[in-house]
Design a protein around this ligand. Structure first.
Ligand code: CTP
Length: 408
């Protein structure tokens, strides 16, 4: 059974009182054939349509129909032991009860005690599905992260046509597989703390004038968003940017290279990955005037001084196990410059991009990059949306965390 679609997956299947309950017998068959272990819980109404014995026979496990038969606490143990739950068919009544958190039968209690994700396949009359009460319950459940499959449109038990038919078994299986895949992604960077820098810095000459560059922060925000989606704790140190904070990220807004250096140093101690996407200014005006410089008083030139190189300042001084990723924005000799920066800045990975290429660099939604590893490996990528490039960078960073340095 290894290699089967649901190999090793422990599932709770809730069955509610609908004529569509008989389809769930086939559903259990397909699930067990494909490697899942299925525990069925039925509402009282469901037992009027299909007997518990039928589900017991196809699943090979006892069926829960009430709270008071079987060992005490079985519902809690089962709810905590399963990887996911599926309710098919899910009636308007069960959706309403779960939206309200009612737990006065076996299925209601199991759903409330569930730790894993939940997929529901509604089945009801079209008018019931359209009713504002059901609509509100569906909204509540979706906002809580419950996934839905169907209902489909077609002939209903009432003899009418409409939306309310339970989704077909293959569709339910696809939705379940997609939900389980999402859960795996969401857990794939759990325990990591990713410190990401993004955007340009501004080096002020006076309160209204500054030295900067056209970076919008898109690449860094994409890395932060993807790391958070994968379950990492994310601290995003952002230069001035109009972009919204990606869900689940803690954002620290900074202005100058010096501010960014302070923020990075304050947080790098607790991080397991540092991804320096920011286009940090290398120079700042040597003097910052407290008031607007008047043109009559202007000297005609601005003296500049170097800002601190944040990555270089961390070389050899970062916590053991920290994976460091830098970027190289180049306009010539891309790979040679990037390789030099990888060594000088003590990086595990550098993302080299020629910012003069169409579809790469500042202010565009795509990027074209070559990933160069500490081991000298080179991975030349096509033009990709920044979100996709962010995912590939994190794949490499995760692999590096697991192999190159000891786990923290
Ligand atoms: N970087 C940094 N501190 C700086 C400048 C850059 O930490 N003061 C980081 C960037 O975030 C990036 C990497 O170093 O991850 C390379 O930045 P880049 O601008 O390509 O190179 P520079 O080091 O500034 O070198 P040069 O200007 O000579 O290309």
């Amino acid at each position: 059974m290894t290699g089967a679609r649901f190999h090793g997956v422990r599932l709770l299947l809730g069955v509610c009182g609908s004529i569509a309950a008989y389809k769930s017998v086939y559903l259990v068959r397909r699930l067990t054939e494909q490697g899942a272990t299925v525990h069925v819980a039925m509402t009282g109404a469901a037992t009027r349509f299909v007997t518990p014995l039928t589900f017991e026979t196809v699943s090979g496990n006892p069926v829960m129909t009430d709270l008071f038969s079987g060992p005490p606490n079985r519902h809690i143990e089962l709810a905590e032991a399963v990887d996911a739950a599926l309710v098919a068919p899910a009636t308007a009544n069960t959706l309403a009860r779960h939206a309200a958190g009612i737990a006065d039968d076996a299925l209601g209690t199991l759903l409330l005690a569930l730790r894993g994700p939940l997929l529901v396949a509604p089945a009801m009359d079209g008018g019931m599905w359209d009713h504002p009460a059901t609509r509100a319950n569906v909204d509540t459940l979706q906002a809580r992260g419950v996934a839905f499959v169907g209902p489909a449109s077609g002939p209903l038990a009432s003899g009418l046509e409409g939306v309310g038919r339970v989704a077909e078994v293959p569709e339910i299986l696809d939705a379940l597989e997609a939900m389980l895949a999402d859960v795996r992604v969401a857990a794939s960077m759990a325990g990591e703390h990713v410190l990401v820098t993004a955007g340009a810095t501004r080096e002020h000459l006076d309160p209204v004038r500054f030295l900067s560059n056209p970076s919008t922060g898109r690449m860094g925000f994409a890395v932060a968003a993807e790391a958070a989606r994968r379950g990492a704790r994310v601290t995003l140190v952002a230069g001035p940017s109009e972009l919204p904070t990606p869900p689940g990220c803690t954002r620290l807004d900074v202005t100058s290279a010096a501010d960014m250096a302070d923020a990075v140093r304050a947080h790098v101690g607790g991080a397991s990955m540092l991804v320096m996407c920011a286009a940090v200014s290398d120079f700042r005006p040597a003097v910052r005037h407290p008031h607007k410089v008047k043109k009559d008083a202007g000297e005609g030139h601005v003296a500049l001084e170097r800002t601190e190189d944040i990555l270089k300042s961390l070389a050899g001084r970062t916590p053991e196990g920290l994976v460091k990723v830098g970027f190289a924005a180049e306009t010539e000799d891309l790979l040679a410059h990037a390789r030099r920066k990888l060594v000088e800045k003590d990086l595990d990975l550098i993302v080299a991009n020629d910012v003069t290429q169409p579809g790469a660099g500042f202010r565009v939604a795509t990027n074209r990059a070559t990933l160069i590893g500490r081991d000298g490996s080179e991975q030349a990528l096509d033009i990709l949306p920044k979100a996709r490039l962010a995912a590939l960078i994190l794949d490499r960073a995760v692999a590096l965390r697991q192999s190159v340095r000891p786990a923290r």
